[in-house]
Design a protein around this ligand. Structure first.
Ligand SMILES: O=c1cc[nH]c(=O)[nH]1
Length: 437
């Protein structure tokens, strides 16, 4: 089976495909212990016209027999930084630490992030994401003055260019002390609202954290914005800004969506404190995105050649058990916060399975890279496979979890609007002129 075998137009049937229960809400079939069932997908004019259980001993005439290959809906990547992506060759992290990342990125941004530089690196990142099968992506945009005046207009142009291929959202990113400048923060919130964006800040412990959070919530309410936080990206057990966000959401009566990323320190805190925070998060309706690859890279790195002793990720299983929506996402790619990555959500899922134990049982963890981030991003119909929905899916070679998650699946077939797309990844050399030191 190759991409050329997918018809260019009209109606076709993909028979004997393996679908997961958590991603096919309308499918009535005998799912096995791993959550899979064999099915037939009919595609007509770019949409899925039916999905039915495969009960036939023989492939129906004219259908393509996929031999039990796994088919998943296109991915939704809910937390990325495509404004930073691919600066590593000109600005590596000197020691692999969080502070090393912050300082290196700040210096690079001030010196190099022109509109052209940001636009070209964003486009490069999106071509990677698209080729790997991503259909929607939220990026944070460093919005420390004066960068917001450059990156937001670039983002709006890039979003238009990519409409129909990748649905793009952006959230502003700044340390929460930036909110102390009320006038500037209000102007940023207006800019974000005008661009249909999401209001985001990075939270850590400050004496006036509660007051600053109230200002963030006030601006979100005033401008009708959803919220997206980076919280407690540290192993410091005294970092409890996640709990403060939940409390602020409750006392401000916030009704929009709130996504919180990282939340690393929670995994280091005593059980009773954790339970209290989880209760408040569930009550406040927070959703969480964990960034397993970036957390593994940055957390527990002391810069002294010692071996890391924890995985850096937050308590996703405990959150999920409380009904808190949980997702995983790419985060940074080839920048000082993470030296690697290619916006490949299958890689993220594979790494999450290993780091976070998305197995034994697999249950509905596949939703963490598909329908859960879609819900948080208010993207109806994304991240599931259903009759009437778009024919946007990825055909893998793997026929079970161990086959799917053991190889890179570089030859996967990505179908968008019923057609197999060209999956050529951009050449790094394209960015060489931007990487001169
Ligand atoms: O780009 C960023 C900023 C903060 N934290 C991250 O992990 N990445």
């Amino acid at each position: 089976m190759t991409s050329e075998m997918i018809p260019e137009t009209g109606q076709f049937v993909l028979s004997n495909v393996r679908l997961h229960a958590s991603l096919t809400p309308g499918l009535s079939a005998a799912f096995d212990a791993d959550g899979f069932a064999l099915a037939d997908i009919t595609v007509a004019d770019g949409k899925i016209s039916s999905i039915i259980a495969n009960r036939r001993p023989n492939t129906p005439a004219g259908a393509l027999d996929l031999g039990g290959r796994i088919v998943m809906p296109c991915f939704v990547d809910g937390h990325t930084h495509i404004d930073k992506g691919h600066i590593w060759p000109r600005k590596p992290n000197p020691d692999g630490t969080f502070m090393g990342a912050l300082n290196a990125t700040g210096a690079d941004r001030a010196a190099r992030w022109s509109a052209e530089d940001v636009a070209r690196r964003m486009d490069f990142s999106l071509r990677c994401a698209y080729a790997h099968g991503t259909r929607a992506l939220r990026t944070h945009l460093d919005s420390v003055a004066p960068q917001e005046e450059i990156s937001w207009p670039v983002f709006e142009t890039v979003r238009e260019k990519w409409r129909g291929r990748i649905e793009l959202q952006a959230a502003c990113l700044l340390g929460i002390e930036g909110v102390r400048d009320k006038k500037w923060f209000e102007s940023l919130a207006k800019r974000v609202a005008a661009a249909n964006g999401v209001l985001g800040v990075v939270t850590y412990m400050l004496p006036d954290l509660e007051e600053l959070l109230d200002r963030v919530f006030a601006q979100a309410i005033k401008h009708g914005l959803d919220l997206d936080f980076h919280a407690d990206e540290t192993d410091d057990i005294s970092a409890i800004s996640l709990k403060k966000i939940a409390e602020a959401a409750l006392w401000n009566g916030f009704e929009g969506n709130i996504l919180v990323g990282h939340c690393c320190s929670l995994a280091r805190q005593p059980d009773l404190d954790v339970l209290d925070t989880l209760d408040k998060m569930a009550k406040a309706g927070l959703a969480v995105v964990s960034l397993p690859m970036c957390n593994l890279y940055l957390q527990d790195r002391r810069g002294d050649n010692t071996t890391p002793r924890w995985r850096g990720v937050t308590l996703l299983h405990e959150m999920k058990a409380r009904g808190i929506p949980v997702a995983v996402a790419s985060d940074n790619t080839r920048d000082p916060f993470y030296a690697y990555g290619d916006l490949d959500m299958l890689e993220v899922y594979r790494m999450a399975t290993r780091i976070l134990h998305f197995d034994h049982p697999v249950g509905d963890w596949p939703q963490a890279v598909t329908s859960t981030p879609a819900r948080v991003m208010r993207l109806d119909g994304f991240g599931t496979l259903a009759a009437g929905g778009g024919a946007d899916f990825v055909v893998f070679r793997g026929r079970n979890w161990t086959e799917l998650l053991s190889r890179p699946e570089s030859d996967r077939i990505v179908v968008r609007d019923g057609r197999a797309i060209e999956r050529q990844l951009p050449d790094y050399a394209e960015l060489d002129d931007l990487m001169v030191r």
